[in-house]
Design a protein around this ligand. Structure first.
Ligand code: GAR
Length: 195
């Protein structure tokens, strides 16, 4: 049986798209579900384009009920991938999927992480500190923002005169290049729920 991936995203979903592309013809794994807290998220359109089912939930569903956990279990999800998902993961979900939830962050953790550090805010802080490099981090998710064990990092140089848009672009290129492969490698170590 193929291993089953669920992707959580709150916005555009360009990383979700790369992961769906990567596994579209795979015999090993598939993206089985896309979940979002944002009814206007473009990731919903992307999921539709790949004929991947999607699920919308709100704060109450996510933090006060087991609805999302039960859906993931019913769908025999093996790995949860956060790709631009901005809410903290609640304890019921962490407990149900120990070491099976990963996140991508657009900087070199442990720097430039934590609550409120997402998207452009991260890149702005990196630029304000005149860093010579930045990068991406893929890490396991725990009960605190951006603090789980690091799985993979890749870095790029920040040249003099680089704008916010330029470093955002460099980071996004790295994310798209590496995230699907990191997911694939991790899946190799996971025993499927439906075995
Ligand atoms: C990505 O750059 C990801 O690293 C970032 O959100 C973006 C989502 O882009 N995540 C965070 O900042 C989490 N703290 P996408 O919707 O196009 O994949």
């Amino acid at each position: 049986m193929k291993k089953r991936i669920a992707i959580f995203a709150s916005g555009s979903g360009s990383n979700a798209q790369k992961i769906m592309e990567h596994f579209k013809y795979s015999q090993e794994a598939e993206v089985s579900l896309v979940l979002t807290n944002n009814p206007d998220a473009y990731v919903l359109q992307r999921a539709d384009n790949f004929e991947v089912p999607s699920h919308l939930f709100d704060r109450h569903d996510f933090f006060e009920t087991d609805e999302v956990v039960e859906l993931l279990q019913r769908m025999q999800i093996d790995l949860i991938v956060l790709a631009g998902f901005l809410w903290l993961v609640p304890e019921n979900l962490l407990k149900a999927y120990p070491n099976k939830i990963i996140n991508i962050h657009p900087a070199l953790l442990p720097q430039y992480g934590g609550k409120g550090m997402y998207g452009d805010r991260v890149h702005k802080a990196v630029l304000a500190n005149k860093e010579g490099e930045s990068g991406i981090t893929i890490h396991f998710v725990n009960e605190r923002f951006d603090e789980g064990e690091i799985i993979y990092q890749a870095r790029f140089k920040i040249e003099k005169g680089d704008t916010l848009e330029m470093i955002k672009f460099k980071g996004q290129q790295l994310e798209h290049q590496h995230f699907p492969k990191v997911v694939e490698n991790l899946l190799k170590k996971i025993v499927p729920e439906n075995s």
